[in-house]
Design a protein around this ligand. Structure first.
Ligand SMILES: [Zn+2]
Length: 138
């Protein structure tokens, strides 16, 4: 009976997951790395609630109930501990994907448009090919 409930729950979760199309989700907000743990925790809470419900209906013996509950709670504790561990490690603010640091664009007149030579200071004429440098005082 518990297994049937778990399977039904899993099927429901899967159906929900597949019903949410990717384009419906905000693209820039990636789920936290512990999202799967939160899902797992929610499922376990659901299972516990169902278990209590069925026990309340008298469908379970005390022994079955205690055993199933202990199993679920043990897993729940594990998931919660892992969740706390991951969240404690994560930076307080969700770090944006670190953009590769771009070098500042070269100042006008420091790169020859003709031969590509680079210079520390802006020049009127290229020291390599002698042609006028763009961006300098023409
Ligand atoms: Zn040049």
């Amino acid at each position: 009976m518990i297994l049937a409930v778990a399977v039904a729950l899993t099927a429901g979760v899967l159906a929900f997951v597949f019903l949410v199309r990717p384009e419906d989700l905000p693209p820039e907000e990636a789920p936290p790395p512990w999202a799967h743990l939160e899902e797992r925790r929610d499922v376990l809470y659901d299972n516990l609630r169902d278990l209590n419900f069925e026990y309340g209906l008298g469908k379970l013996s005390d022994g079955d109930y205690a055993k199933a509950k202990a199993t679920l709670q043990a897993e729940l504790n594990k998931v919660n501990a892992e969740l706390e561990r991951m969240q404690a490690q994560a930076p307080s603010k969700p770090a944006k994907a670190a953009a590769p640091k771009q070098p500042p664009p070269p100042a006008a007149g420091t790169v020859c448009p003709h031969c590509g030579a680079k210079f520390d200071k802006p020049l009127k004429f290229c020291g390599e090919c002698g042609k006028p440098m763009a961006g300098g005082a023409a």
